[in-house]
Ligand binder design. Structure first.
Ligand SMILES: [Zn+2]
Length: 363
């Protein structure tokens, strides 16, 4: 069947060559689309915080990588032996707009736990794989992306702006996972550290999940102006050393920052029986100085989450479908660049720290 693959034009990919280095552009033919695979035309990619950490050298990825894992695109070709269904069970066809999971579990690999496919051995991650030979279309900073067999993907309405749709596959899905880990939020007091896209998405999701009081804290007060628009009851600048913390009675604290100081402050903000959910610590940093006696005497729990599972991904997609007009998610992509200007885009993202920078790939 593969000989039916139309003659698509060669595609461009922006190659990351090491921290602070300019990106290199290469052009490659569309590869052979194997059984179970899908060829995507990338439309839009947003630069996630971890992409920026990689660019700045705070997080190590091998050089010669096509970065970008918050991507949205349209189906260009469906490989042979594909089920023809998305994660919802809906029939797909060429031209459908889709979002896909950041990871693909190789076929014949069992997940360590059914609810943690993202921790499977030999996991493939889009936007993190080596660009080798013709195999370069595996990230968001390229014209095409080949979805490997066994990739979870979901057909989405074209009415969702591509800027918003791109952010489903990392930020919103991870936050939806954090809400799963936090338990039922109905009537709860929730405090969120970090007012980037994760934190603002968390505010909106907590609001929709029935939290009655939602606080948002950041050191960057310019970001706090978004808090109320996403449903925060109160926003706070991170207190100076020695200043008392605004809350000591939170039922749940979420850490989106990865900052040891913020994670410690989060523990100090919890009520008896409180839960701290940590998702921000995805790069090396100093240990968190936790008072173990406080954990024990206040009967606290600390729960971590890295990435997300399929249910989180599905629920996050539905959340965005239902709420993309209710909250100003599109405005959080504060600046947009074409793919050709990707080096400038990373320089701006790392120096000016907007909530998100968007990369227009095509369309
Ligand atoms: Zn990410």
């Amino acid at each position: 069947m593969n000989n039916l693959l139309p003659n698509f034009p060669p595609g461009k990919a922006a190659i990351f060559n090491g921290a602070g280095q300019p990106f290199e552009f290469i052009s490659r033919q569309v590869p052979f689309i194997k059984a179970g695979e899908i060829l995507i035309r990338n439309l839009y990619t947003t630069l996630c915080g971890s992409d920026i950490h990689t660019y700045c050298g705070r997080r190590t990825e091998p050089a010669q990588v096509v970065l970008g894992h918050e991507i949205v695109g349209d189906i260009l070709w469906i490989g042979p032996a594909h089920s023809g269904k998305d994660l919802r069970g809906e029939t797909i066809q060429i031209g459908d707009r889709v979002t896909w999971s950041i990871f693909a579990v190789p076929e014949n690999i069992a997940a360590p736990r059914e609810d943690m496919p993202q921790k499977s051995e030999h996991l493939f991650k889009y936007g993190h794989a080596l660009a080798q030979g013709d195999d370069v279309f595996n990230g968001g900073l390229a014209d095409y992306c080949v979805l490997l067999a066994n990739t979870a993907f979901i057909k989405i309405p074209t009415s969702i702006p591509v800027k918003v749709a791109a952010t489903i596959s990392c930020a919103h899905s991870t936050v939806m996972g954090a809400l799963r880990v936090s338990g039922d939020l109905t009537g709860k007091k929730v405090l969120i550290y970090g007012a980037g896209l994760l934190g603002l998405s968390c505010v909106a999701m907590c609001k929709e999940a029935g939290a009655t009081r939602i606080g948002l804290i950041d050191t960057d007060t310019s970001r706090l102006v978004w808090g109320e628009k996403f449903g925060a009851s109160q926003v706070y600048a991170f207190p100076e050393d020695g200043t008392p913390f605004p809350w000591q009675d939170a039922d749940v604290v979420f850490d989106m920052t990865g900052s040891p100081q913020a994670m410690k402050a989060g523990i100090d903000s919890l009520a008896i029986g409180g839960i701290a959910v940590w998702i921000g610590a995805v790069f090396p940093d100093k240990p968190v100085q936790v008072d173990a006696q406080k954990i024990v005497r206040k009967v606290l729990q600390v729960r971590g989450l890295h990435n997300y599972n399929y249910q989180d991904f599905l629920k996050a997609t539905i959340f965005i479908e239902n709420n993309y007009l209710k909250y100003p998610f599109e405005a959080l992509i504060e600046k947009e660049y074409p793919l050709d200007e990707i080096t400038d885009a990373f320089a701006f993202a790392s120096s000016s720290k907007p909530v998100r920078v968007g990369i227009k790939i095509s369309g």
